[in-house]
Ligand binder design. Structure first.
Ligand code: BGC
Length: 754
């Protein structure tokens, strides 16, 4: 039967009317149902065939450990699915989604075996044959596939200021993940990195809204392509919605207090842009925001996400977060209350993930009328539509029909290398200390020099990324890559101590300091100082008056203020991935001209953690030398071996009205003999505003290659949207007045009249 839209709506209304003992709710199912278009009539028909238990099964997501041999978090090696447990999940409970990896990465072949087995059981042994939606965190490449390409972490990717590279990395990640048969990636993180203490700082695109928004759009288009169902693409999952990343204490999953105005101006735009870009799913913030755990907050999960932002995709909880409403957040006296709270607030799928309590309790809740079947139907329809959009019904096992022969290929490694090269940021280079001559004798020290895990960071083969068992020894550490670039490279173990004779003939000391890879709660720290014995070593080595290059492999900006004066050069390498050792060495040797820029403000002091877009009150007291905004390195800072000179800043008009726009251009001359990439950052300051204005906001950026001794023109267009902020009524507004534009040291101004 051909079902038209009216029939569809009627069908939904019928389902609403017939559902048992519903709770009084303001909204109707029709309002919240995913676009009830003809194209989804098949999913609606499927929904109508489902029993309540089957529907709840679709909303249930289990950890792979639950269906594997052995105990949860302690599986039998080599990992294998347990046929009986799998049947219990898929056949008895109708579970719709499985996630994660059992403790450590699997080979591509092993993944394919597992996914084939899961989909075979789901499609053949269950009553309705609905395929499973498998989800994974492939957050900097296919990090849970042994052969998978490891890219620089998100923070480093942001430092490239090059969305094309970010998109390419996402395409490769999608390809290698889909090769396993996994169609859903819990990435990107769209939280802003504005709290340097936070353990997940490296998972963000840094502190700025425009940069994060732009990179978010690039990564989602890379993951999903034009059609997420095709062999090389998958569904993105933007996370963690929202206001997760600015815990007051800096510790993960501790309270966040943000005014709605700040939330809307800083923390919402990345998600809004991602929704416009078509992101198919969203993961909810595990923490509490202004006293309410977000998983229980209907104002955020339904009123904002569905009614205001019109998001139609799937909202999945974060790990155990319904349970946490009861046992951690203490807003739900029982687990059952927690389930009712979260489902009624608007979640579609529960990342339970280790037992069946969510399924059992939700069934009871619907039977008791505490959760309406209408609410269940909305969620299940969204999940079914997502499965359909991913092509799972026609092709649940993509590698059966498609040859993924590029997994772990040299081509993909090259893309990772390019990204690392453009990410790595030269922070300091006194008297052109770098690049170094190939004949120079180098002494290398530091805990990051001989480690691949420290190049890659967390979410690399294991969750915390600290286990070297899974290192790919065809990749080069910083030390190995230096050996390939320089004739004489000596490594000294700082822990063993050193003596002056080791420094004989040495022309440069390279200190490679790494933070222990970590994320989430295990990454919580008590202060930003680097805990590393090598820091003392660096000071001792400095006494010998040898030039020192400091290479930083960091999860977040750790304080290096005391070390900085001893260093001729400082390279921020972030966590540059498996090709990062090569990239660092190639920058040191000059094969690569660095072009990365800091996507955050590098603090000078542990308790002065301001962002570049702070308020005037935060920098006014310079006269007394106290508390002024005085970072070690500014947002956007990054040196090149080339020299660029900015001239001819031009603006198309000095008054802009209503919906008009202004064009701003600048010429950048590469005055050096070296080709180089230069990112131009355009900042705008609102001179006076009804809400205290930030001293400046990034409103445009562009990166171009400028050949030696040539000049390039950069052109930007600003419209009223680029002048807006969120006012006292929580509305976006551009107010009349003067706006100052700043590019490098040059400036111009224009007057805006709404
Ligand atoms: C993290 C998420 C992640 C999920 C699944 C959670 O602990 O907060 O970012 O996607 O686990 O692994």
């Amino acid at each position: 039967m051909k079902i038209n839209t009216t029939t569809l709506l009627a069908a939904i209304i019928f389902m609403v009317a017939t559902s048992c003992k519903q709770q009084q709710e303001k909204k109707t199912a029709v309002e919240h149902a995913p676009a009830a278009t003809e194209s989804h009539s098949d999913m609606l028909a499927l929904l109508q065939k489902m029993s309540l238990k089957e529907k709840i099964g679709q909303m249930t997501q289990l950890n792979i450990d639950v269906v594997s041999k052995g105990e949860i978090y302690n599986l039998v090696e080599p990992h294998q699915l347990d046929e009986e447990k799998l049947k219990k999940a898929l056949v008895e409970y109708g579970v719709g989604s499985i996630l994660n990896v059992g403790g450590h990465a699997y080979s591509l072949a092993h993944w394919q075996e597992i996914i084939a087995q899961i989909q075979h059981t789901a499609t053949n042994d269950t009553r309705l044959g609905i395929p499973v939606l498998y989800g994974i965190d492939a957050i900097h490449g296919a990090n849970y596939v042994l052969e998978g390409t490891l890219f620089p972490q998100q923070l480093a990717q942001a430092a490239t200021f090059n969305p094309q590279l970010v998109k390419r990395a996402a395409e490769i990640t999608a390809y290698e993940t889909k090769a396993c048969g996994i169609p859903w990636n819990f990435s990107p993180v769209l939280d802003l990195g504005r709290q340097p203490l936070w353990s997940r700082f490296f998972e963000t695109y840094g502190e700025d809204v425009l940069l994060a928004k732009t990179m978010g759009e690039a990564v989602i288009s890379g993951y999903q392509g034009d059609n997420a169902a095709d062999a090389e693409h998958l569904a993105a999952c933007m996370k963690h919605f929202f206001g997760y990343s600015l815990p007051f204490t800096g510790k993960d999953r501790t309270p966040v207090y943000l005014h709605e105005r700040q939330l809307r101006e800083y923390f919402l735009p990345t998600f809004q842009k991602a929704i416009e870009t078509g992101a198919l799913s969203i993961m909810i913030n595990s923490g509490e925001l202004n006293g309410i755990p977000v998983h229980a907050d209907k104002a955020i999960l339904t009123d904002l996400l569905r009614d205001e932002l019109h998001f139609e995709g799937v909202a999945v909880t974060d790990w155990e977060d319904i349970m946490k409403l009861n046992n951690i957040h203490k807003v739900a006296p029982t687990l059952k209350d927690a389930v009712a709270m979260a489902v009624n607030a608007g979640i579609d799928m529960s990342m339970v993930p280790n037992d069946y309590q969510f399924s059992d309790l939700l069934l009871e809740l619907v039977q008791e009328g505490r959760v309406s079947e209408k609410r269940i139907d909305e969620s299940v329809l969204r999940i079914l539509i997502m499965k359909k959009k991913l092509g799972l019904f026609e092709n649940p096992i993509p590698f059966k029909t498609y040859n993924y022969n590029k997994v772990g290929s040299a081509e993909f490694a090259e893309a990772s290398y390019q990204t690392a090269c453009e990410a790595i940021t030269l922070l300091k280079n006194e008297n052109n200390n770098l690049p170094l001559n190939a004949n120079a004798k180098l002494l290398v020290v530091g805990n990051g020099a001989k480690s691949l895990t420290k190049l890659n960071g967390a979410w690399s083969r294991t969750w915390q990324g600290t286990d070297p068992t899974y290192d790919d020894h065809t990749k080069q550490t910083v030390f190995e890559a230096l050996q390939n670039n320089f004739a004489q490279v000596v490594y000294v173990d700082a822990n063993a101590g050193f003596n002056a004779s080791q420094l004989k003939g040495v022309e440069q000391v390279l200190v490679c300091l790494a933070e222990r890879p970590s994320t989430e709660k295990p990454g919580d720290i008590d202060n930003l100082h680097l805990e590393n014995s090598t820091t003392d070593w660096l000071k001792k080595a400095a006494a010998y008056k040898l030039p020192i290059t400091l290479v930083l492999l960091e999860n977040r900006p750790r304080i290096i203020t005391e070390l900085e004066p001893h260093c001729a050069s400082i390279i921020m390498a972030y966590q540059p991935g498996n090709e990062g050792g090569r990239a660092v060495a190639d920058i040191i040797s000059g094969k690569v001209n660095p072009s990365g820029r800091l996507p955050f403000t590098y603090p000078r002091h542990t308790n002065s953690l301001l962002t570049y877009d702070h308020k005037y009150t935060e920098e006014l007291d310079t006269a007394f030398g106290m508390n002024a905004f005085n970072p070690l390195y500014h947002f956007g800072h990054g040196l090149s071996y080339a020299a660029f000179s900015y001239t001819n800043l031009a603006i198309s008009k000095d008054t802009m009205s209503g919906n008009e726009s202004v064009e701003i251009s600048i010429q950048v001359e590469n005055t050096s003999d070296l080709d180089g990439k230069e990112t131009v950052l355009l900042f705008v300051s609102d001179r006076f505003a009804s809400i205290t204005p930030s001293v400046k906001r990034l409103r445009g950026f562009q990166k171009q290659m400028i050949k030696a001794k040539t000049t390039a023109t950069y052109t930007f267009t600003l419209s009223a949207a680029d002048l807006q902020f969120v006012d006292a009524n929580n509305q976006w507004i551009a107010e009349e007045g003067w706006f100052d534009v700043q590019i490098g040291d040059l400036g111009t101004s224009f007057y805006y009249k709404p």
